[in-house]
Write a protein that binds this ligand. Structure first.
Ligand code: ZN
Length: 157
């Protein structure tokens, strides 16, 4: 910890004295040198320091998590970085929303034309809608997982 003699991972890498005021110390403990190394490589220590100081202390841990996630993704994929994951999930969500809208439209048609005597069609449409909702829930679950990975920062390590 800062001031206790052991410099944080940042100060260790930058070969400087870790003071009790060190902005990195609470988020980059000495035991995990790689986190800071990755962030430093992509964003640069002075930029990271500036970004942290611009954020309220209560939000700095989240800011560090997202910087580490973004930097790790950038190292892994120099072209798209974490945009690859985001755009793939956005595409998936918009496709599922379209499918859900179609299923809703089909159900409306079935409800509006009961005189044709095709109750199984209505049941099938309902089942389809339930399936779409299940898929949508799965996509949402995947997004939650991504966020969990971001929190734990374990996806790329
Ligand atoms: Zn430090």
């Amino acid at each position: 910890m800062a001031g206790s003699g052991t410099p944080c991972a940042s100060c260790k890498l930058l070969r400087r004295r870790c003071t009790p005021e060190c902005v990195f110390a609470p988020y980059f403990p000495a035991e995990d040198a790689r986190r800071f190394a990755t962030v430093h490589r992509v964003f640069g220590a002075s930029n990271v320091s500036r970004m942290l100081q611009e954020v309220a202390p209560a939000q700095r841990a989240d800011a560090v998590s997202s910087l580490v996630y973004e930097a790790s993704a950038r190292v892994r994929d120099p072209v798209y970085g974490c945009v690859a994951a985001i755009s793939s999930l956005q595409h998936q969500v918009s496709q599922l929303q379209m499918q859900l809208a179609l299923a809703h439209a089909e159900i409306l048609l079935c409800v509006q034309q009961p005189q044709h005597g095709h109750p199984p069609a209505a049941a099938a449409a309902l089942q389809e809608q339930q399936q779409q909702q299940h898929i949508l829930q799965n996509a949402h679950h995947q997004l939650m997982l991504q966020e969990a990975c971001l929190q734990q920062d374990s996806m790329w390590t």
